[in-house]
Write a protein that binds this ligand. Structure first.
Ligand code: NAP
Length: 251
């Protein structure tokens, strides 16, 4: 089994990991739909691939349902749902407001719940499906100054494990990919915040982030996309409820 002809939905497909997922799944012959809040970055990724680009906010179930119905009308039932949209602003715990905390849970955790629940009926009907979350090593261990993000990503790991149990006999697998720091626009924003808040220079800020990785390097988007493709292959049919650490052995 390959992903050829399968309909894959990728949230946060306009940049970083999501854009690479779109390229790799498209190259493998999948029908690709990417979602995000801004049309322009989505179009920049989708147009060269012949993919479908739809605006939706994963924190808003109604907006997501509308986009998925639109996607079904173009590309048919959803076979693969990759919950990749996320955000990781940093702040000391004492300065995190309730609003900030809820906002992080909304995009990083509720967004996964919304996508997977909205796509479930198609996969149940097909008796086959792949639910994948781009979680983080922050779902497996703690990091300072990103408590809401860590809480949300740990929640994604819990959701993944629970759903894998519940759907075990359905032909659907549910897994989380947990990368360390990946070279994307999100990382560049994090580095900017470190420079601004600590006075470190660019090189020192980058070094501080890879300090915990035994390979002393950032993860590449291609490594995340390759893992997602593998999770969709027959070779991974019995991989269910797994958290795949892509971190050079950090966790
Ligand atoms: P990115 O380039 O900032 O991409 C995040 C994407 O999510 C953007 O395209 C953004 O598009 C979309 N998005 C954000 N909020 C959204 C919302 N409410 N509804 C719909 N789309 C939304 O960051 P990235 O590094 O590729 O991140 C992808 C995933 O990898 C995230 O879940 C992140 O937590 C995870 N991750 C990243 C790293 C890292 O170091 N970069 C490490 C581990 C895990 P719009 O702004 O247009 O909506």
């Amino acid at each position: 089994m390959s992903v050829e002809g399968k309909h894959v939905i990728i949230t946060g497909g306009g940049s970083g990991v999501g854009a690479e997922l779109a390229k790799r799944f498209s190259a493998a012959g999948a029908k690709v739909t990417i979602l995000g809040r801004r049309q322009e970055p989505l179009d920049n990724v989708a147009v060269p691939l012949g993919a479908l680009a739809l605006t939706a906010d994963v924190t808003d179930r109604g907006s997501l349902d509308d986009a998925l119905n639109n996607a079904r009308a173009h590309n048919g039932p959803i076979d693969i749902a990759i919950a990749n949209a996320g955000a990781a602003p940093s702040a000391p715990f004492s300065k995190v407001s309730t609003k900030d905390f809820r906002a992080s849970l909304a995009v990083n955790l509720e967004g996964v719940f919304h996508l997977w629940q909205a796509a479930l009926s198609d996969m149940k009907n097909a008796k086959w499906g792949r639910m994948i979350a781009v979680a983080s090593t922050a779902g497996l261990k703690g990091y300072p100054y990103v408590a809401p993000y860590c809480a949300a990503k740990h929640g994604v790991v819990g959701l993944t494990r629970a759903l894998a149990q519940e759907l075990g006999r359905s032909g659907i697998t549910v897994n989380a990919i947990c990368p360390g720091f990946i070279e994307t626009p999100l990382l560049e924003r994090s580095i900017g915040e470190i420079i601004e808040k600590t006075g470190l220079n660019d090189a020192e800020a980058r070094k501080s982030l890879i300090a915990g990785n035994p390979q002393k390097r950032f993860i590449q988007t291609s490594e995340v996309a390759g893992s997602a493709l593998w999770l969709c292959s027959d070779s991974a049919a019995s991989v269910n409820g797994h958290t795949l650490s892509l971190s050079g052995g950090e966790v």
